[in-house]
Design a protein around this ligand. Structure first.
Ligand code: DTR
Ligand code: ZN
Ligand code: ZN
Length: 352
């Protein structure tokens, strides 16, 4: 039987109509009310990777292809698509929060932070975890900070597998940490403030450089008495969530001063309790630290900090695993912490 032929011009008009309709729907669905620059992206399917080190290998492969992961470059975009694909596989919806930033060459670029959160849970008591995804130009930027980005991806996967949470856990892969003023996290906190949502964030945990080759295991020092620094009340309780974990594993730890060093700053300045882990950059490891953690006293904790040599051959996979387990512990514990019992880590936090 012969099928009835539809004239070509009609087919073309029909196809154009469908494309226009779909475009309008995508635009409508993607823009969050309030115009805070949030967009939901289409995510390409990917095979699921189930370890932080596996993610690092992917970030290295992308850096080999694109050169680096500096904010606003094809390398950053490719890494972002990888993060979004992995999160989709783990059951998360992702959004991008766009913002503009001035590069070191005084060029204005648009870049973004990736956000994802657990389904269910109390939205008024959000536990937030972040790591910057961008790197410095000209470096694969694997320890700084594919390591934090990779650890967070694996923690997000594990948390989704564990099932329901009492508090919402929100993850951020910040854009443009390497530019002045940490514009990704600063923009996010400003936006929270504008939307009157600062009060909803109970805690912020930051992970920047967690696989250094000559590593220490350091926590942001909540007892820091540097007068330029605001250490929000509740930060000590968050630090103890990590120290309890390390102590339970007989894992030595030290503290580090974290003033003005990474994406926790905007949170701390608005009095949100903060904590974080760090395995060292180009500072020298002391002989005491070498006794505690092994490695080479007198040598930099990461000799390739911000250099082309910050690659997969120059990280410590065991430190990455340890940090990933510690972050998993903290996220799991804080996700279930209703803030009602005496032992609650959130009791003295922002929600009182
Ligand atoms: N500024 C960060 C690395 C960094 C150096 N010291 C600390 C202390 C705490 C957190 C991070 C850092 C960067 O280059 O991304
Ligand atoms: Zn850096
Ligand atoms: Zn960094």
């Amino acid at each position: 039987m012969r099928r009835r032929r539809i004239p070509r011009t009609l087919l073309a008009i029909g196809a154009l109509g469908i494309v226009a309709l779909l475009t309008a729907l995508i635009l409508l669905a993607g823009d969050r009310p309030g115009g805070s620059g949030m967009r939901t992206e289409e995510v390409a399917p990917q095979a699921q990777v189930t370890s932080a080190y596996g993610h690092l290998e992917e970030f290295q492969a992308l850096a080999d292809e694109h050169g680096d992961r500096a904010a606003g470059t094809s390398g950053h975009e490719a890494a972002a698509e990888y993060v979004e694909g992995q999160l989709a596989r783990a059951g998360y919806e992702t959004t991008r929060q766009y913002f503009t930033v001035e590069t070191w060459d005084e060029e204005e670029i648009e870049t973004f932070t990736i956000l994802a959160e657990t389904k269910g849970g109390n939205d008024d008591n959000v536990i937030m975890l972040g790591a910057h995804l961008d790197g410095v130009p000209g470096s694969p930027a694997i320890n700084d900070n594919a390591s934090g980005a990779a650890a967070l991806l694996e923690v997000a996967r594990r948390l989704a597998q564990q099932g329901s949470v009492e508090n919402t856990v929100r993850f951020a892969w910040w854009g443009a940490e390497e530019y002045r003023g940490f514009p990704g996290s600063s923009h996010y906190v400003e936006q929270l403030d504008e939307d009157d949502e600062l009060e909803t964030i109970a805690a912020y945990l930051n992970f920047d450089m967690v696989a250094s080759p000559n590593a220490v295991v350091a926590l942001y020092d909540a007892r820091d008495d540097d007068s330029r620094l605001n250490v929000p009340e509740g930060s000590m309780d968050l630090m103890e969530v990590f120290t309890d974990y390390f102590d339970s594993r007989d894992q030595p730890w030290i503290t580090t001063s974290w003033n003005y060093e990474s994406d926790q700053v905007a949170f701390a300045e608005t009095d949100i309790p903060v904590a974080g882990l760090f395995s060292g950059s180009n500072e020298r490891k002391s002989s005491r630290e070498a006794r505690l953690f092994g490695g080479e006293g007198g040598a930099p904790r990461d000799p390739n900090y911000h250099q082309p040599g910050d690659d997969l051959d120059n990280v410590d996979p065991d430190t990455l695993d340890l940090m990933t387990d510690a972050i998993t512990h903290a996220a799991t514990r804080l996700a279930q912490d209703g803030g009602t019992q005496g032992s609650s880590a959130l009791d003295s936090g922002a929600q009182d």
